[in-house]
Design a protein around this ligand. Structure first.
Ligand code: WT7
Length: 706
């Protein structure tokens, strides 16, 4: 008890308690090092701070410029940085045309339909060139769009998506893809915000073996956009099977058109790529907001493309001969940067897959890898956990070999990391854990795979040319090895950083720069650290461990506990597949954590799992973090991108309104969990009373994806 008191005194509100134990390093094989794009440590010197910003010329030189740039970084209007000023280029030309001379017959995309009996579609660079040109001609001549206009897509994981993106890029039109799984209303709000008058969608697509109607959402989207004052003139509908309409939703005369019908008129059309200034917007991507208004992150052409090409080369280690599979949805920034723009700029072959990881069974991903000879595999912890839960022994049955694997999207628990390494990677593949955000364009924290060892659960140091720092709430710098956690910031601008929030530059400055700006009048980038909104700690070796969004902390008797470390502790229990922790309001201790866990299949819930989880937390973190309850649930409420919605379970645990759950991937699970948990809590006399307005607000904010 005395010990606990002392700890409480030492931790200020501003700090998040850190209890992680240091993990062992893992090293790349000699074979990997021998072939890596970055294997000479000289590279660290080239990208050292004294060479900033000129170091990024190396990335810009991976591109073909119509007009070479004269100024690397223009800081005259902070924090609206401009990269490669004076330069002109076309992103589509860089991803397609320039590869034709030597590689027109090479696969740009290999698309795998979800139904296993349907044939894989291989799209060569030549074929991609043809489709992109025809669609660009259609957009220009039929829709009348021109450089600077916005076009919204609401497309699933089909070849039409990258084709549509590149066609817009060819014209200098700004594309705005809304994740295909989002509702029509969500799409409509984003159409209105971006001021698009054209919507590109699809009739239907496969998910979990079911042909889902996508077109129906277009009608709602158009209606919602109209209410917000933006009229959609044309809805272009790609068809899952050309010539055959697979949606029961009627087409609207004079508004809706089948792309394959229109194409007949544009056969063989060619469109000159429009030469765009480096700082012209290439696309926008909305951050996944379910509470606050989503932010349209506007990305540039030259800086963005240079940054994703450079990081794909060095961190993804993509060589032209690799078979690269980023198992993510193109509807997220990961897909834009590391399925489409980065790999294509390097003339790589990018595998894409229509469906879910476990359809028809947990071996699907490994069969795809085996069949196509995938050797670079990129996915998110949620997929890794899902595949581990559904088939922990499955990868062993297939004869594939990865040289390289990535994890992205949220912190990965060391337990899960080790399964990924040993079972999925067969102990042969390097892993890069890449920390970044929609706003960032490309990686911010990671290890350079041949040159820096891996450490489970840590993303690594800042990537080349990125200089992170951790500040506490009082703006003190927390040094490496301090054992303290704070807010991770990036001290410098980089070419991939977004340019602004579409239509809301004030919110851009306020959200990302105000908190740690040293001098608002300064034109020196050193005065404008970028506030990422993530909690992090830096070990003595310089590696960062990301603890999650700064809002996701649970304050128990003055200890700010990072949700992720509690969840990682729960995952050390053998039976546990997934864990999520939320705060419950307690009169005495402020907040008490409550843990939700899902078990691996075949494990029996009756066998004291709850006690085991509590004990693991006692042991790995301390009694202060011991959850009051551990609920065994069939599944966690998740966003379509697989993030566990802690906000929703926090509301359940505190008997509050769960809010809008319609954008979740599995809304039905919410009610199941609510009934079970609340009945049991009522029985145990744990219904909270007299919640203050502040408390209610705090729980509402908790885990909300901003
Ligand atoms: C938030 C950004 C970047 C593409 C996918 C997500 C968390 C992301 C990691 C990682 C720990 C991570 C952060 C970040 N995050 N990658 N490797 N380790 N946390 O993009 O939807 O914009 O989410 O995801 O909290 O702020 P996003």
């Amino acid at each position: 008890m005395a010990q606990q008191k002392k700890e409480e005194l030492e931790l200020t509100e501003a700090q998040i308690a850190v209890h992680w134990k240091e993990e062992e390093y893992y090293h790349p094989s000699a074979k990997f090092i021998g072939q890596a794009n970055a294997s000479d440590p000289d590279i660290f010197e080239r990208f050292s701070e004294k060479n900033f910003p000129e170091c990024f010329k190396e990335y810009a030189d991976l591109l073909s410029w119509d007009q070479y740039w004269h100024t690397t970084l223009d800081t005259s209007n902070p924090p609206f940085w401009k990269w490669f000023v004076g330069g002109k280029l076309n992103a589509c030309y860089n991803c397609v045309d320039r590869h034709l001379e030597k590689n027109k017959n090479k696969a740009a995309f290999i698309w795998v339909p979800e139904l296993e009996n349907e044939t894989t579609e291989t799209i060569t660079y030549q074929e991609l060139y043809v489709r992109v040109n025809e669609f660009a001609a259609l957009l220009r001549d039929f829709c009348g769009v021109k450089a600077g206009d916005r076009v919204t897509f609401h497309l699933p994981m089909v070849p039409a998506l990258p084709v549509s993106m590149l066609a817009c890029a060819r014209l200098g039109v700004i594309h705005s893809q809304v994740f295909g799984g989002f509702s029509g209303a969500a799409c409509g709000g984003r159409i209105a915000d971006s001021g698009s008058h054209i919507l590109v969608t699809m009739d239907a697509y496969y998910r979990n073996g079911e042909l889902l109607d996508q077109k129906i959402k277009a009608d709602e989207a158009v209606e919602v956009a109209a209410k917000d004052g933006v009229r959609v003139d044309k809805v272009l509908v790609w068809r899952r099977y050309a010539g055959k309409y697979s949606s029961p939703t009627p087409m609207v005369e004079g508004r809706d058109y089948f792309v394959d019908d229109l194409f007949k008129k544009y056969r063989g059309e060619r469109v000159d790529p429009v030469s765009m200034p480096a700082e012209a917007p290439l696309f926008m991507m909305y951050t996944s907001g379910t509470t606050a208004k989503p932010k349209g992150c506007q990305h540039s052409t030259g800086g963005y493309l240079a940054y994703v090409a450079g990081t794909s080369k060095y961190y993804q280690d993509i060589h032209p001969e690799d078979v690269y599979w980023c198992f993510a949805d193109i509807g997220w920034i990961t897909g834009h940067s590391y399925i489409v723009y980065g790999p294509l700029a390097l003339c790589a072959t990018s595998v894409t897959y229509e469906g879910v990881p476990t359809y028809p069974d947990a071996g699907r991903a490994w069969r795809i890898a085996e069949r196509l000879g995938v050797n670079i595999f990129h996915t998110a912890p949620t997929t890794i956990r899902m595949l581990r839960k559904a088939g922990p022994e499955e990868p062993k049955k297939y004869n594939y070999h990865f040289k390289h694997m990535t994890t992205v999207g949220e912190p990965i628990e060391p337990e899960v990391w080790r399964w990924y390494h040993q079972v999925v990677g067969k102990g042969e593949a390097v892993i890069v854990d890449t920390w970044w955000q929609t706003e960032n364009g490309g990686f911010l924290g990671s290890t350079l795979p041949a040159l820096q060892p891996m450490k489970p659960g840590s993303c690594g140091p800042g990537v080349l040319g990125i200089y992170p720092v951790i500040y506490d709430e009082e703006r003190n710098q927390l040094n490496a090895g301090s054992g303290k956690a704070g807010n991770i910031c990036i001290r410098n601008p980089w070419p991939g950083i977004f340019q602004t929030i579409w239509g809301d530059p004030e919110r851009f400055v306020k959200t990302y720069y105000e908190k740690y700006c040293k001098n608002k009048n300064s034109k020196d980038w050193r005065d404008w650290p970028y506030f990422a909104g993530d909690g992090a700690t830096q070990a003595a070796d310089g590696y960062f461990r990301i603890l999650g969004r700064v809002d996701d902390v649970i304050n128990v008797a003055g200890h700010r506990l990072g949700t992720k470390e509690l969840e990682a502790a729960a995952l050390t229990v053998e039976e546990v597949a997934e864990a999520a922790v939320v705060p419950t309001i307690d009169e005495l201790r402020g907040r008490i954590p409550e843990m939700y866990v899902a078990l691996k299949p075949g494990y029996n819930p009756g066998k004291g799992v709850e006690e085991k989880v509590k004990d693991a937390i006692d042991k790995l973190i301390g009694k202060v973090a011991r959850p009051r309850n551990v609920w065994l649930v069939p599944d966690m409420p998740k966003t379509r991108s697989g993030k566990i919605m802690r906000r929703v379970i926090a509301a359940v645990s505190n008997f509050m309104d769960v809010g809008d759950v319609t954008t979740l991937a599995n809304p039905e699970v919410v009610e199941t969990i609510r009934r079970m948990v609340q009945a049991e809590k009522a029985r145990r006399g744990e219904i909270p009373k007299d919640l203050s307005k502040e408390m209610i607000e705090e729980i509402k904010r908790f885990g909300a994806v901003e």
